[in-house]
Design a protein around this ligand. Structure first.
Ligand code: SF4
Length: 342
């Protein structure tokens, strides 16, 4: 009995000492029933929602749920995170590896698709599961088992033509600052790497992730760091994210944003204009607006090219050029992204 109590106290204390963002990340909503209840929504489609979440589980931080409108089953933020029956439909042209990334993996944990750049898959974990994610079927176990980063670092060391490394996943900012620091130390030893880029959605769903320790790590003079965030809707730019964004910009870290054009989420002009405005207020520049990658389970998010081009034209009419993201698509086998409208 006494030892049980000691164990419980120790666990609680350890949890208490975690930084805010880690506590939030350890306390995600993973049950569709709980999510619906928190949002005052009926549980009528629950069995289908549970079935859709079986292969790609639901994961949503509570801070993100605070941004969702209660009682609105069509809320654009909810649509991005709630598993729905449409995910179970097989749609021709949609597959498990839409970008054929399996063909661009010289060593486990590293993708080399484009000239001069390589992408490190540093973790399979994400703070949120986005239902449209093109890596929702990615075989993370094959990439992250065994020696983890060793082979990828060796490959990078032997390739002087690679001057930019991109940390991706999963979401690299789900790693602790200590692990990120270790990885950056190892990468800093490779002299031909000049640019460091990090792709992350975590700060959008848990703004506390942009903490001072991480800012210090990424502001090192070894390289000019580019942090590419992933926000799709203006309501995702919370006051806290905007405040941290401005601080980080002042610390010399370049902040960009890439969005995915998603039916029922951001496929209207006012929303996209407000998104660019909000990003700019937060010190973040709109960079790409991606057409959906054709991943199985996400076909209900697709926006036809014609409609996408019309939206982009509308953005050009309403915003200065530097706030208009490039409308693009990634196509397997191509040497660069295809820009549909710049
Ligand atoms: S955070 Fe990024 S990698 Fe993770 S599920 Fe969302 S889109 Fe996919």
């Amino acid at each position: 009995m006494a030892s049980q109590r000691v164990a419980i106290i120790t666990q609680d204390e350890a949890r208490w000492e975690l930084p805010d963002w880690q506590r939030q990340q350890a306390d995600l909503i993973t049950d569709p029933a709980e999510l619906l209840a928190l949002l005052d929504l009926a549980a009528s489609g629950l069995p289908e929602s549970l079935a859709a979440a079986r292969d790609f589980p639901l994961r949503v931080p509570r801070r993100y749920v605070d941004l969702i409108e209660k009682g609105n089953p069509q809320d654009p933020l909810l649509r991005q995170v709630l598993s729905v029956p449409a995910e179970l439909e097989a749609v021709p042209g949609y597959g498990v590896d839409p970008l054929e990334e399996g063909d661009h993996t010289p060593v486990p944990g590293l993708l080399h698709k484009y000239h001069g750049r390589a992408l490190l898959v540093v973790t399979g974990a994400c703070a949120v599961h986005c239902r449209y994610c093109f890596r929702r079927h990615f075989p993370y176990q094959a990439h992250l088992s065994g020696k983890r980063w060793e082979e990828a670092l060796e490959w990078l060391s032997a390739r002087p033509d690679i001057n930019e490394v991109i940390l991706s996943g999963g979401d690299p900012l789900t790693l602790t600052n200590r692990r990120i620091g270790q990885l950056l130390d190892a990468l800093a030893e490779i002299p031909h790497l000049r640019r460091l880029r990090i792709h992350s959605r975590t700060p959008v769903v848990i703004p506390d992730r942009l903490d001072d320790e991480l800012k210090r790590l990424l502001s090192r003079p070894r390289w000019r760091t580019v942090l590419v965030l992933h926000a799709n809707h203006p309501r995702e730019i919370s006051a806290q994210l905007a405040e941290r964004g401005r601080e980080w910009q002042q610390a010399g870290i370049t902040l960009l944003n890439q969005s995915v054009l998603l039916a029922g989420v951001n496929d209207d002009l006012d929303t996209l204009v407000a998104l660019s405005d909000g990003l700019h207020e937060a010190g973040i520049l709109p960079y790409y607006l991606h057409q959906l990658d054709k991943v199985a389970g996400a076909a209900h998010f697709a926006v036809p090219d014609e409609a996408a081009l019309a939206l982009h034209q509308g953005l050009r009419g309403r915003l200065p050029g530097f706030l208009v993201p490039r409308l693009s698509r990634e196509e397997p086998g191509k040497p660069a992204k295809t820009v549909l409208a710049g």
